[in-house]
Design a protein around this ligand. Structure first.
Ligand SMILES: Cc1ncc(COP(=O)(O)O)c(C=O)c1O
Length: 422
C-alpha cells in the first residue's frame, strides 16, 4: 500500500559527503488510523490564528474543558497518593486495593458478583478497548459493532486485524440496534458483539428489554459481549442505564468502565475491564489480555490509588452533573429543532447529540458541512461519517458548554444554514 505521508528527509552521507534523499516508510496500518473527533482541530487552530477569532469547540467529550470540575475529595485523594509515595509501578493487573474497590463498586452499582481476578485496571477505557481487540481475536475474525460507533472501535479493530462489521441502528426509534439487520450481518466468523450503552455518538440509552434481546442474540450465535458502560450514570429520564452483565446469566460479557465521564477525570487516564464469565469460556482470552497489559507495565499508580476514593467515596456530584447536563441537553434540543434543515433525536444519556443534515446540497457531505461551518462561523462539530457508515449525513455535537455558549453556537449554526439554503 502507498503511504500518503511524505517521509523524505535530506541526510548527509558521512562516507561520500554526498547529500542524498532517504525515504523511511512508516507502517501503513498506523498511517491508516483515524480519529474523526480530532481531525479538524488543526484546521480550527489554523483558522483561529489567521482570523484572530475565537472558535467554539463542540467536538470533544471532555467535561473538564468546560465548567465541570472533579469533586474535592478526588483531588485530595490524588495529592495524598503522591505524598504517600504511591509513585511506583503498580502490578500490571492493577493495584490490589483498587481491584478490591472495583469489585465492591460493581456489586453496589450493578449488583454483579466479581472476584478480584475478574478485574484488570487500564489506562483509560481506551486501553481496555485496545487490549480486547489486540488479544481476543484471530486474524480475520469479526466483531459486530453498532453504526454509528465511537471511532476507536473501528480503528483498533482494523489495526489488530479484526474485521469490524457494522450493524444498523434505527434513528427514528432513538438509534436503537436493528436486530433484523444484526441477523443479516452475523456470520460464522463473528466472535463478539459490541454494545455502547449509553451511546456515543447518538445519546441512545437501551431499555432492559433491548439489552436482554441483545444478550439473547449473543447466546443464539455463540458470541461474547463487550459492553462499554462509561456513561452508565449519565442518563436523563431514568436512574441508571441497564447493566449488561447483571442481565446476562451464562452469556460471557467483558464490561468496560472508566473515570473520564461520570467522575470527570479524563486526564487521569484510568479505566478498567471486568469479566462476567460463569462458564469460564473466556479464560484464554483473559490471559491474553493480561499479557498485553503486562508489556505496557501498569496504569498510573497515583491515579489508581485515588480512584478508590472516587468509586467508594461520596457520589453526590453525579446528581449535580446530571441535573446541569439535562438543562443543557433540553436547551440544545429545543433550540436546534427550531433550525429548519436540521432535525434530531432527543439524547437520553451521555452528553452528545447527533443531528441530521436535511439540506440537499450537504445531506451527503457531512464533512463539507462541518468544514464550511467551521470556516464561515467558527463553530467546530464532528462530521458524522467519522463514526461509521450510518453516521453519514449527520454531525455530532457535545452539549457540555454553558447555555450561553451553546446559544451562541446554535445562533451561528442557524445563520450558516440560512445562508447555504439561499
Ligand atoms: C464510548 C466510549 N468508550 C471509551 C471512551 C474512552 O474513554 P477513556 O477516557 O476512559 O479512555 C470514550 C471517550 O469518549 C467513549 O465515548
Amino acid at each position: 500500500m502507498k503511504s500518503s505521508v511524505k517521509n523524505i528527509f535530506p541526510r548527509s552521507d558521512f562516507h561520500s559527503g554526498v547529500l542524498e534523499m532517504i525515504k523511511f516508510k512508516a507502517s501503513p496500518r498506523a498511517l491508516e488510523i483515524s480519529y474523526a473527533i480530532r481531525d479538524l482541530v488543526l484546521v480550527a487552530e489554523k483558522i483561529a490564528k489567521e482570523t484572530n477569532e475565537k472558535i467554539l469547540y463542540l467536538n470533544i467529550g471532555d467535561p473538564g474543558q468546560f465548567d465541570f470540575k472533579l469533586p474535592d475529595h478526588m483531588k485530595k485523594a490524588l495529592c495524598n497518593a503522591v505524598n504517600e509515595d504511591y509513585n511506583f509501578y503498580a502490578h500490571s493487573a492493577g493495584l490490589p486495593e483498587l481491584r478490591h474497590a472495583i469489585v465492591e463498586y460493581e456489586k453496589r452499582k450493578n449488583g454483579i458478583s466479581l472476584s478480584v481476578d475478574d478485574v484488570f485496571v487500564t489506562s483509560g477505557t481506551a486501553e481496555a478497548i485496545n487490549a480486547i481487540l489486540a488479544a481476543a481475536f484471530l486474524p480475520g475474525e469479526e466483531i459486530l459493532i453498532p453504526s454509528p460507533i465511537y471511532p476507536p472501535y473501528l480503528s483498533a479493530a482494523k489495526f489488530f486485524g479484526v474485521n469490524p462489521v457494522e450493524y444498523n441502528t434505527i434513528e427514528e426509534e432513538g438509534w436503537i440496534p436493528d436486530l433484523d439487520d444484526m441477523r443479516k450481518k452475523v456470520s460464522t466468523r463473528t466472535k463478539a458483539l459490541i454494545i455502547i450503552n449509553p451511546n456515543n455518538p447518538t445519546g441512545a440509552v437501551y431499555s432492559n428489554k433491548l439489552v436482554k434481546d441483545l444478550i439473547d442474540f449473543a447466546g443464539e450465535y455463540d458470541l461474547f459481549v463487550v459492553s462499554d458502560e462509561i456513561y452508565d450514570q449519565i442518563v436523563y429520564d431514568i436512574n441508571k442505564a441497564p447493566n449488561t452483565a447483571s442481565l446476562a446469566n451464562d452469556i460471557p460479557v467483558l464490561g468496560l468502565f472508566g473515570l473520564s465521564k461520570v467522575y470527570l477525570a479524563t486526564g487521569w487516564r484510568l479505566g478498567y475491564v471486568y469479566k462476567h464469565d460463569p462458564n469460564n469460556v473466556l479464560d484464554e482470552i483473559w490471559s491474553a489480555i493480561m499479557k498485553f497489559l503486562t508489556v505496557r507495565i501498569s496504569a498510573s499508580t497515583p491515579a489508581q490509588k485515588a480512584a478508590i476514593a472516587a468509586l467508594l467515596g461520596s457520589q453526590e456530584h453525579i446528581k449535580v452533573l446530571v441535573k446541569r447536563l439535562k438543562e443543557r441537553r433540553d436547551f440544545f434540543y429545543r433550540r436546534i429543532n427550531e433550525i429548519e434543515g436540521i432535525s434530531t433525536q432527543l439524547p437520553k444519556g451521555a452528553f452528545y447529540i447527533f443531528p441530521k443534515i436535511e439540506i440537499p446540497s450537504y445531506s451527503d457531505d457531512d464533512f463539507g458541512f462541518v468544514l464550511d461551518l467551521l470556516k464561515s462561523k467558527k463553530v467546530l462539530f464532528v462530521h458524522g461519517s467519522g463514526f461509521g457508515r450510518k453516521g453519514r449525513g449527520h454531525f455530532r455535537s457535545v452539549f457540555l458548554p454553558p447555555i450561553h455558549v451553546l446559544e451562541e453556537a446554535l445562533d451561528r449554526l442557524e445563520r450558516f444554514v440560512k445562508e447555504i439554503k439561499k
